[in-house]
Design a protein around this ligand. Structure first.
Ligand SMILES: [Zn+2]
Length: 99
């Protein structure tokens, strides 16, 4: 199990076989857990999509921890923030820091 620390909370990241309603990711704000699906509609989710889903769920969690609940409920906003975070990791961090 992977864990990260955010604003004094320990966040557990769990990669699970699949999620209800064929979701790609889900965050539980009560238990501080992020779930990322390995399969969706019986298809294997590519690693890049799993990374994108993790960024999306982290964007939800950031807004929750910052008490910006109206932004947390704004899916297009969350997906934009998550998408930018994913692009940052993909185009800079993975290219330049991880060899
Ligand atoms: Zn969402």
């Amino acid at each position: 199990m992977k864990k990260i620390k955010l604003a004094g909370h320990t966040i557990k990241i769990k990669f699970v076989k699949s999620l209800p309603s064929n979701e790609l990711g889900k965050v539980n704000f009560i238990t501080n857990e992020i779930f990322i699906a390995k399969k969706c509609y019986d298809l294997i989710v590519p690693d890049e999509q799993k990374a994108y889903s993790l960024c999306h769920e982290l964007a939800h969690l950031y807004m929750y921890l910052l008490s910006m609940h109206e932004l947390n409920d704004n899916e297009p906003f969350i997906d934009s923030v998550g998408g930018l975070m994913f692009q940052t990791f993909k185009t800079y961090i993975m290219e330049h820091l991880i060899e």
